[in-house]
Design a protein around this ligand. Structure first.
Ligand SMILES: [Zn+2]
Length: 127
């Protein structure tokens, strides 16, 4: 065994990858969730999750975190224009709105019969 240390380091890396894989399976935020922005320029705005980026810990929400993009004229059909595009927002910048109690809440997890469920921390109902 020449390179035991290196092997061990490799194992640790793999373990980390597996942990991340597990996290991917059930995220706190899911597509279709109603959220409310808690910080930044869109504070207080509500929106629906359009897409989740688990690796970036961010989500794309329609109408939230909108930036202007200046488009150059490409041809006659596509003249130059300033268009609004939504950029993904980090998970820490918004909180999920519970459909049962209609309050901004944090997401808890409940494991029953090996199945992991998302629950509202305020009313305890399934999200
Ligand atoms: Zn609730």
């Amino acid at each position: 065994m020449k390179c035991t240390k290196r092997v061990r380091e490799g194992d640790r890396k793999i373990a980390g990858e597996q942990e991340r894989e597990k996290k991917k399976k059930i995220m706190k935020i899911k597509k279709g969730d109603t959220i409310i922005v808690t910080i930044g320029k869109d504070k207080g705005k509500k929106g629906k999750v359009e897409h989740v980026f688990p690796n970036e810990y961010s989500a794309l929400i329609t109408g939230i975190n909108v930036y202007k993009r200046h488009m150059k004229k490409r041809d006659e059909k596509h003249p130059s224009a300033i268009i609004d595009i939504s950029k993904p927002l980090g998970f820490g910048k918004f909180s999920i709105v519970c459909p049962s109690c209609a309050k901004p809440t944090r997401v808890g997890f409940l494991v029953t019969k090996g199945e992991k469920m998302r629950i509202c921390r305020k009313c305890g109902k399934k999200l």
